[in-house]
Design a protein around this ligand. Structure first.
Ligand code: ADP
Length: 259
């Protein structure tokens, strides 16, 4: 019976409901976008069907990070079809919607509209949707969290940012929005020597983990400051995609996020 089969198919799709995971930070420049991209790639490597929305409207970086610059999404049935990266992650970013090389100087309502269109894109089949939030903890972030309520949130912070309590504000933002905090990723933790590859820890290790857990936020892992991360990111090859030294750390973080 065709009708039974169709109903079963619809129910099957419903059963694989997509989880929305927001990635936020207390301030900019801590590596939130880098962690979002590599978390998405690591989840795809672990067998998930992953989508990524670059909600950083005025400073989109996901097209560069995932190597999808120059690709343009098409629309079908008024829904944007995400762009496919080489890493098994489909993506929508303002970088794909704005004219290449043009500054994004849109007014608030237009930018908000673009964000809604990306979140309401055709994410059929995707079981994890990562949302790279704009930096900071303002009203825009809260409105977005309330309208497209994520199932959980990941906070990215540097050791210094934790000490300065910026990360605490990010935790508070998600608490206020009623979004469970899955955990904290400590980025730029320790320094990898580009010559010998050894990691040194000028500020000691363990402080961030303790500080996070003190605030009731589980610890997901740490990524050192490593020139190869910046270099590969700039080339559109996420370190989580290869067999380099950073891939296992991102795989472990991905496992913690879906545990
Ligand atoms: P945010 O999204 O928080 O503004 P980005 O992800 O854009 O931060 O990172 C800011 C800069 O720092 C980028 O040039 C990026 O390549 C670099 N970066 C991020 N994390 C690391 C790291 N662990 N090691 C080296 N460079 C990093």
């Amino acid at each position: 019976d065709v009708r039974v089969a169709m109903t079963a198919e619809r129910e099957g799709q419903g059963a694989r409901r997509k989880r929305i995971i927001a990635v936020g930070s207390g301030k900019g420049g801590v590596g939130k976008s880098t962690v979002s991209a590599n978390l998405a790639v690591a989840l795809a490597r672990a067998g998930h069907k992953v989508g990524l929305v670059d909600a950083d409207i005025y400073g989109p970086s996901q097209a560069r990070l995932l190597g999808t610059e120059g690709q343009r999404p098409v629309a079908r049935d008024k829904k944007l079809i995400p762009v496919e990266s080489r890493w098994g992650v489909s993506v929508l970013s303002m970088a794909h919607l704005a004219e290449p090389g043009q500054a994004i100087a849109w007014r608030g309502p237009m930018a908000g509209n673009a964000l809604v269109q990306m979140l309401e894109g055709d994410w059929t089949g995707v079981d994890v949707l990562i949302v790279d939030l704009p930096p900071g903890t303002g009203d825009i972030q809260l409105t977005m969290l309330q309208r497209f309520k994520p199932d959980g949130a990941v906070i990215v912070s540097t050791p210094q940012d934790l000490a300065l309590l910026d990360a605490t504000r990010a935790i508070a933002l998600f608490d206020k929005g009623g979004v469970p905090v899955i955990g904290l990723v400590e980025n730029m933790a320790g320094y990898v020597c580009p010559h010998c590859g050894e990691t040194s820890d000028p500020f000691g290790i363990g402080g961030a983990q303790a500080a996070a857990e003190e605030r009731g936020c589980p610890f997901l892992g740490r990524i050192p400051l490593d020139i190869s991360i910046r270099r590969e990111s700039d080339e559109g090859v996420p370190p989580a995609a290869g067999d380099g030294p950073r891939a296992p750390a991102f795989a472990a973080i991905a496992a913690g996020v879906t545990a």
